[in-house]
Design a protein. Structure first.
Length: 309
């Protein structure tokens, strides 16, 4: 819509009047290319108020021209009525334009009001959605932090459990390393015993006793070796359980407890085997000492009196 100003309305009215046209709201509006009829009406009224009024000069009237004046009055009255009709028509036209503009403005206002309500509702809905998204984001972030902390704590526990299992396994392996020396000692004593058995016949009885002791010691050694194998198997199982515990987080605690139990059992078996080996070693030392002693001469049985006769 064209901008309506007082200067533009007055200029349009002057141009229409100079061209011999009838100055009206519609004519001014058409000349300006549009504009609000209400504003044009106000400015056009100011333009008309500024128009100069020509005062009639006092001229003596000839009585003879009374009829002519009366005729002129009738003509002037007709022209005044015509101008009044034209002004009424112009007023009606202006009123119609104003009513049309008011209707258009009312429709535009209704459209703008409806659009504004839609925008407000959309903003309220978006504000609620944004609030929910922010709450979901904060809740998700908190849950993620908690899961990360739990995973870190679980990883620390698993690393500690694996390190404990490795240390226990190392101690068990150190204990098992001492068993080969015991086996070598037993083998050496067995060889010495076999050499002693080929000696003097007088030592056969002592050798038999020594053999029995050696067999008992060998049985203990065999039992110790069996316990050693079991200990090695348990230690191997403990190592597998420890390695499996480091790879499977959800079974780390159970595997660690089982590993600890196996390691403790292996440690007890190892201690028992070492004790048995120590006992066998002590017995073998006693056997060696007995073998080194000189053989006692066989004593003749005493002859009772009267038997020779």
């Amino acid at each position: 819509m064209a901008t309506v100003t007082q200067e533009r309305v007055h200029a349009a009215a002057d141009a229409i009047e100079a061209a011999g046209g009838r100055v009206s709201v519609r004519a001014v509006r058409d000349h300006m290319g549009g504009g609000s009829p209400n504003q044009i009406t106000t400015f056009l009224a100011a333009w008309r108020a500024k128009k100069p009024v020509v005062a009639a000069a006092e001229i003596p009237v000839d009585p003879r021209i009374g009829q002519l004046i009366a005729e002129q009055v009738r003509v002037a009255a007709g022209e005044a009525a015509k101008r009044a009709d034209e002004r009424a028509t112009e007023a009606e036209d202006t009123l119609a334009l104003c009513q049309q503009e008011n209707t258009e403005l009312a429709e535009q206002l209704a459209d703008v009001t409806s659009a504004l309500e839609d925008v407000r509702a959309q903003r309220e809905q978006q504000a609620g959605t944004i609030t929910e998204l922010r709450e979901d984001l904060a809740r998700t972030r908190q849950e993620a932090l908690q899961e990360i902390e739990a995973a870190d704590a679980k990883a620390d526990r698993e690393r500690e459990a694996a390190e404990t299992a490795r240390q226990a396994l190392a101690r068990a392996e150190l204990r098992l390393e001492a068993l080969p020396r015991l086996e070598a000692e037993v083998e050496r004593l067995r060889t010495a015993l076999e050499e002693a058995q080929s000696g003097r016949q007088v030592a056969e009885q002592q050798a038999a006793v020594a053999t029995a002791k050696l067999e008992a010691a060998a049985q203990r050694v065999t039992a110790a070796e069996e316990r050693e194998r079991e200990a090695r198997q348990q230690a191997s199982k403990a190592l597998e359980a420890a390695e499996k515990a480091s790879g499977e987080a959800h079974q780390a605690q159970v595997a660690l407890q089982a590993t600890q139990a196996r390691l403790e059992s292996a440690s007890r078996e190892l201690e028992t085997a070492q004790a048995s080996a120590a006992e066998a070693k002590a017995e073998l030392k006693e056997i060696r000492a007995e073998l080194k002693k000189p053989a006692k001469p066989a004593t003749k049985p005493a002859v009772k009196k009267g038997e020779g006769n």
